[in-house]
Design a protein around this ligand. Structure first.
Ligand code: PMP
Length: 413
């Protein structure tokens, strides 16, 4: 579990060397990986941490007193501390490991929702939410006879905050909002949204899946009640995520799942639950991936979010300008504040065909509705092509995308 003492100083060539997967050809062309909003690639230190765990100290955690169990427990809890620092949470007890953002939202919708949302209450989400920040609330609202309301999004992909303010009332009990949209790239003013929701006594969950790799996350500064994010979108392993919650809320919430680890005592007449965060971590967790997650956090910390943001903004501006100028291209999502996501459609060419033809040129982009079907309905499209950038992407790669796209569009005419 060695962390390289490297100051990358945004030397992209040096950073790329840490990602073995990038150094390969796809369909006879150098791989240009631009599907980072779906999942990022993993640096060698993350891969090494996984291998080292299985080779040297695989054991179940928290219960064992033997050396390997203690080592595994220490590594698992060290990741919790790293995740705490990453979001500036007060205590590790407020950092719950989940499978990812989806499970984090489901946990809150089930546990908080079932206890605190009642008939006639209102839950607000926005029109740009990922399905994982829609469906769990829909399911909960149906169970509790509450109403799900939608904050509108304008043509540029910006939330209508005036409408949001008007929607807030004493019935509003919970607002769940995406920090950065996976389809549009829009960065929402979550701090302002949280403050406004708090004014009417509502709690706020932030979906930080697309913010975590790009933007500073500071739960104290945001004053957010719940935050979810996924390791695999920030250079870490898949199958790991975090739910942060304010302590007073987590204390009041019932367990999400029952089983081992989340209990203090069990008898057939009464079970008492474990303390935070273990109350919400039933069963043997995803130990290896949680352990390796620490290396992903350290990778980001070594480079620094400011430098990452600066580099990605350069890529975004260059890419939007270049791709936006190609004949027939319409950019979807033109907010002033964006993370490095470019979604577009091309007149007369299906997004799926574009994706296939770009893949033939070694360029990996996402096509489809990106799990935001209500947003696609609003734009009256079926899907988009989405190019999304990470810290290891280059201007040359955007040129390859743009040149390939231009050729395809000309050929299809
Ligand atoms: N929210 C957003 C904005 C996302 O982009 C994603 C993943 N595409 C999710 C939630 C769900 O994340 P996961 O699949 O890692 O649970």
């Amino acid at each position: 579990m060695s962390t390289p003492a490297v100051d990358y100083n945004l030397d992209v060539a040096r950073i790329r060397k840490e990602f073995p997967i990038l150094n390969q050809e796809i369909n006879g062309k150098p791989l240009v990986y631009l599907d980072n909003a779906a999942t990022t690639q993993k640096p060698q230190i993350v891969i090494d941490a996984l291998v080292e765990y299985y080779q040297k100290y695989n054991a179940n955690i928290h219960r064992g007193i033997h050396t390997l169990a203690e080592k595994a427990t220490a590594a698992y809890e060290a990741s919790r501390e790293a995740a705490r620092g990453f979001i500036n949470a007060e205590s590790v007890e407020q950092v719950i490991f989940t499978k990812g953002t989806t499970e984090s939202v489901n946990l809150v919708a089930s546990s908080y929702g079932d206890k605190f949302i009642n008939e006639g209450d209102e839950v607000l989400v926005s029109g740009m939410e990922h399905h994982s920040n829609i469906v769990p609330w829909q399911m909960m609202c149906e169970r509790k006879k509450a109403t799900l309301k939608v904050i509108p999004v304008d043509e540029n992909g910006v939330l209508d905050l005036e409408d949001f303010s008007k929607m807030l009332c004493e019935k509003t009990k919970l607002v769940s909002i995406v920090f950065a949209s996976n389809t549009l790239g829009t960065i929402n003013p979550v701090k302002e949204i949280i403050a406004k929701a708090h004014d009417v006594g509502a709690v706020v969950m932030v979906d930080g899946a697309q913010a975590a790799p790009h933007l500073h996350l500071d739960v104290k500064d945001l004053d957010v009640d719940f935050l979810g994010f996924s390791a695999h979108k920030m250079y870490g392993p898949s199958g790991v995520g975090v739910l942060y919650g304010k302590r007073e809320l987590l204390e009041e919430m019932p367990p999400y799942m029952g089983g081992g680890e989340m209990i203090k005592d069990v008898s057939f007449s009464k079970t008492t639950f474990n303390d935070l965060p273990f109350k919400f971590e039933a069963g043997t967790p995803n130990i290896a991936d949680v352990v390796a997650f620490k290396q992903a956090i350290e990778f980001i910390n070594i480079i620094g979010k400011d430098k990452i943001q600066q580099h990605e903004l350069e890529l975004l501006n260059y890419g939007q300008d270049k791709i936006g100028k190609i004949e027939g291209v319409r950019l979807i999502g033109t907010a002033a504040q964006k993370v490095s996501v470019i979604s577009f459609v091309v007149e007369g060419v299906h997004h799926f065909d574009l994706g296939m033809m770009l893949d033939a040129k070694g360029v990996a982009v996402r096509t489809g509705h990106h799990c935001t079907q209500p947003l696609m309905d609003q734009y009256k499209i079926e899907g988009t092509v989405r190019a999304s950038f990470a810290v290891y992407n280059t201007i040359q790669e955007i040129d390859t995308l743009a040149d390939g796209l231009e050729r395809i569009v000309k050929m299809m005419k």
